[in-house]
Design a protein around this ligand. Structure first.
Ligand code: ATP
Length: 210
């Protein structure tokens, strides 16, 4: 099984990296692709360029077995839709189960994504949540869960796509927003993200303005 963690990664931080590693280990995934959104359709323009966001990610995971920095959305013109990314990966890996990894916050807004009902045709969804989080949800997402949810991780290996697993993990309270604000305020965000990624922020003077 291959995991996919999409995000803005503006910048990548230890919250993202722990999620990727925890899910890979718990669900015995061969690898997890971390895929920066070049032009995220659901939010304002990222502060750092797509190339620098990708570089920060690459240096962050360089020596971590099983985590891959994947630049496919940078190579595609137009809005970066996850459904297109999953369709591409499905075509490349016709025999492998795929699993899109999402935070609970992202899952709650899933019905606003482009062609959201198609995502589950190409991949499973693994929704990660923290122990104290209340589980959602709007009626559309609730119905979606009723239809596709499984409580058995091994079901994900038995089919290529089509299941939703809610996976509790000990998440870290780190966000890219907090890192950008700290840099803009002249504070040191060290230990919230890898040193190599922080070095690129310093070198390119990223996030100086809030
Ligand atoms: P921002 O603060 O700019 O909104 P972010 O830190 O939430 O950014 P994204 O790149 O938007 O990061 O997140 C990509 C994915 O990682 C989303 O599915 C999100 O839910 C998840 N995620 C982000 N931070 C954490 C965290 N600390 N723990 C668990 N999941 C996270």
């Amino acid at each position: 099984m291959i995991g996919i963690l999409g995000g803005t990664f503006d910048p990548v931080h230890h919250g993202h990296l722990r999620v990727a590693l925890e899910v890979r280990q718990r669900l015995h995934m061969e690898s997890v692709h971390l895929i920066p959104s070049a032009r995220p359709p659901h939010r304002g323009e990222p502060q750092a360029s797509a190339e620098l966001r990708f570089q920060m990610l690459q240096v962050a995971i360089v020596d971590t077995e099983g985590l891959l920095a994947d630049d496919r959305e940078l190579r595609r013109p137009g809005a970066s839709y996850m459904v297109d990314t999953l369709a591409e990966l499905r075509a490349e890996k016709p025999q492998q189960p795929l699993a899109l990894i999402l935070g609970m916050d992202a899952f709650r807004g899933l019905h606003h994504w482009h062609q959201w009902q198609k995502l589950i045709e190409f991949a499973h969804l693994v929704v990660v949540y923290r122990p104290e989080t209340s589980i959602p949800i709007e009626p559309e997402i609730q119905q979606f869960l009723v239809k596709y949810q499984t409580r058995k991780p091994k079901r994900l290996r038995q089919q290529l796509s089509g299941r939703v697993l809610l996976q509790e993990i000990p998440a870290l309270t780190v966000s890219s927003t907090r890192i950008r604000m700290q840099v803009a305020n002249g504070e040191n965000p060290r230990y919230l993200l890898p040193d190599a990624s922080l070095a690129l922020i310093t070198q390119h003077q990223l996030y100086m303005k809030a």
